[in-house]
Design a binder for this molecule. Structure first.
Ligand SMILES: Cc1cc2nc3c(=O)[nH]c(=O)nc-3n(C[C@H](O)[C@H](O)[C@H](O)COP(=O)(O)O)c2cc1C
Length: 193
């Protein structure tokens, strides 16, 4: 059983984070941090209030308060035990805090720690369009070793439903962490490799 830190912020696309947690927690331990704005967007987009959302999570998900800076995962010694940190979706506000080393909550802190410990940090950012400030911040995080991805599905797998689009994006995150899945059919999946 691998360990992952997953964070959900107040960017649109809460379903990406929720689907990711569902998939990862089938076989792995998930340490979850949702920002206060993340809960607002979960309520708006998925119709789940905080209590309903938290009670829908399975036993492999441990939830942390976004303002508990004393949490175990705030320490590098614990982040190194994990596969890394995934922020999905990641707001441009959280991106800015991470890019500039401003740790104002537990999400910023775990990202900061992942970078300093050279663990994988995956930011699934969502905004449209981007300002130069956003682009500069993405560049900074990339140069520091983070992985910056846009929440933009491909269409070459002929999606038919909204779920197909969501699963493509979540599947791409799992690919980066080399976690097997059947969320979308990989390019030339029939060829042995
Ligand atoms: C419905 C809704 C959708 C939003 N979508 C985005 C978005 O796609 N990208 C973004 O950067 N911010 C978005 N925001 C604004 C963020 O929630 C806001 O910047 C917030 O301060 C982010 O805080 P957090 O990163 O701590 O969660 C949205 C806000 C609301 C209410």
């Amino acid at each position: 059983m691998k360990k992952f830190v997953v964070c959900i912020t107040g960017a649109s696309g809460a379903i990406y984070g929720v689907r990711l947690i569902e998939k990862l927690s089938e076989d792995h331990q998930v340490y979850l941090v949702v920002s206060s704005n993340g809960f607002i967007v979960i309520q708006r987009e998925l119709g789940l209030d905080k209590e309903k959302f938290l009670s829908s999570l399975n036993k492999n998900v441990k939830v942390f308060d976004p303002y508990d800076i004393t949490a175990s995962i705030a320490s590098g010694s614990r982040i190194v035990e994990t596969e890394g940190v995934i922020i999905a979706p990641c707001s441009l506000g959280t991106l800015g805090s991470i890019a500039n080393g401003v740790s104002q909550n537990l999400i910023h802190r775990v990202a900061d720690v992942a970078l300093k410990e050279r663990k994988k940090l995956y930011l699934l950012v969502r905004e449209m369009p981007f300002s130069l400030i956003h682009i500069e911040n993405m560049k900074k995080v990339s140069l520091a070793g983070g992985i910056v991805a846009s929440a933009s599905p491909g269409f070459y797998h002929y999606p038919k439903t909204l779920d197909d689009l969501i699963n493509f994006v979540v599947g791409k995150i799992l690919d980066t962490f080399n976690i097997p899945h059947s969320l979308y059919k990989k390019w030339r999946a029939e060829e042995t490799f």
